[in-house]
Design a protein around this ligand. Structure first.
Ligand SMILES: [Fe+2]
Ligand SMILES: [Fe+2]
Length: 377
């Protein structure tokens, strides 16, 4: 196979408004011109903390696009070996060579693909994830095609590493800013751990109806803890005041939203990341997490769909966690009373009914997270 030519490879990097999913589709389109049997390219990302390999982005022409799927890498002997040894794998006849013994092989058999080429990817020696090339044709991956696809794997590897380090830079600098301010006394790390996980669960529940991709959900999860980053700019005497706020203090407190947006714009600018795809998710979370559907929120009094879904999800997670946590002025509410309160806020037209329905449906998982990430007393 002659090496497929991308129209202009630099465009993939320069066209920064493209999401990582878009970039993968562009690569797939180019590859298809010379290798018509390439029915799917998918990238699964590895989370070292949990040992989970999670679906991340895919470009699928044939078969079922698999999303919102994860499994323990150590439960899958072959993939674990590929990751450890840095070798790729070719399967010429999937139904013939795979026994449905692990969740992953079970899944692979259901896809209707006959051959596959799997390449592990790394960033500075750290295992990042896997690229899966699949075809509905058997023995589609000749050694020549493998060689070409390996070159494209390096390109995909670069795109993913670049995007990961960009997202990490933002999250890390926001964390540092939080650490050096008094914000850590005001909002606990445990609250942030919990609400980010709640947000991820709600997003997974809403994924089908709202067409949310794995990439979107991953970024929502990473960015959700930064929602109140603007509180860094609020004077300590107000932020740490034990009693109730007066009118003037409430106005200053509300300013944390605008301050947060300004701060994140500075961080993005500092890293020359102002056009980072998905940085809009971060800005929307920070800028709209106090808006209510009926227009009674702040700072802009946005209504209904004017409030981006990522912000509606974060608002629901944040309020659920506030209700079920102890505060100096109140006890922790039970999960059921928290649901009652959220439901009444839905009835008042403030909160997104789908988000609250998702919390209700997944309540046992939320309760589990609350106990796993309890406050350290
Ligand atoms: Fe806030
Ligand atoms: Fe919060």
């Amino acid at each position: 196979m002659p090496l497929p030519q991308l129209n202009n490879p630099q465009n993939i990097f320069l066209e920064s408004s493209n999401s990582t999913s878009d970039k993968l589709r562009i690569i797939h389109d180019s590859l298809m011109k010379n290798f018509n049997d390439l029915d799917r390219i998918a990238v699964a990302m590895y989370d070292e903390k949990s040992d989970m390999l999670k679906t991340f982005i895919n470009s699928t022409r044939q078969g079922y696009p698999i999303e919102k799927y994860e499994f323990k890498l150590s439960d899958c002997y072959t993939l674990n070996r590929l990751a450890k040894e840095g070798v790729y794998r070719v399967i010429d006849d999937i139904p013939d060579s795979i026994i449905a013994s692990s969740p992953h092989s079970d899944w692979l058999l259901k896809q209707g693909y006959y051959s596959s080429f799997t390449v592990p990817i790394y960033d500075n020696g750290h295992f990042l994830g896997m690229i899966f090339f699949d075809s509905v044709k058997s023995a589609a991956f000749s050694s020549k095609i493998q060689r070409d696809l390996l070159m494209y794997s390096s390109l995909i590897n670069m795109i993913i590493s670049e995007e990961i380090s960009a997202v990490r830079s933002i999250v890390t600098s926001a964390k540092v800013a939080r650490e050096i301010s008094n914000l850590r006394d005001f909002e606990t790390g445990a609250h942030l751990e919990r609400m980010a996980r709640f947000a991820r669960i709600i997003a997974l529940e809403l994924a089908e109806s709202h067409n949310l991709s794995d990439e979107f959900i991953e970024h929502l999860y990473l960015f959700a803890p930064l929602h109140d980053i603007g509180k860094i700019g609020i004077p300590d005497k107000i932020l740490l005041k034990p009693g109730k706020f007066d009118e003037a203090e409430i106005t200053i407190m509300k300013g944390h939203v605008t301050k947060g947006v300004e701060l994140v714009e500075k961080i993005l600018g500092g890293f020359a990341l102002t056009h980072l795809p998905d940085s809009i998710i971060l800005k929307n979370i920070i800028g709209c997490h106090h808006e209510f559907l009926d227009g009674s929120g702040y700072p802009h009094g946005l209504r209904g769909d004017e409030i981006p879904i990522e912000a509606r999800i974060v608002t629901a997670s944040d309020i659920y966690d506030a209700l079920t946590s102890v505060r100096p002025y109140k006890k922790a509410w039970s999960p059921d009373s928290a649901i009652d309160e959220l439901t009444s806020m839905v009835r008042q037209g403030k909160l997104d009914p789908d988000c609250i329905q998702a919390i209700r449906k997944r309540l046992p998982d939320l309760v589990d997270i609350t106990s796993k990430f309890a406050e350290i007393k």
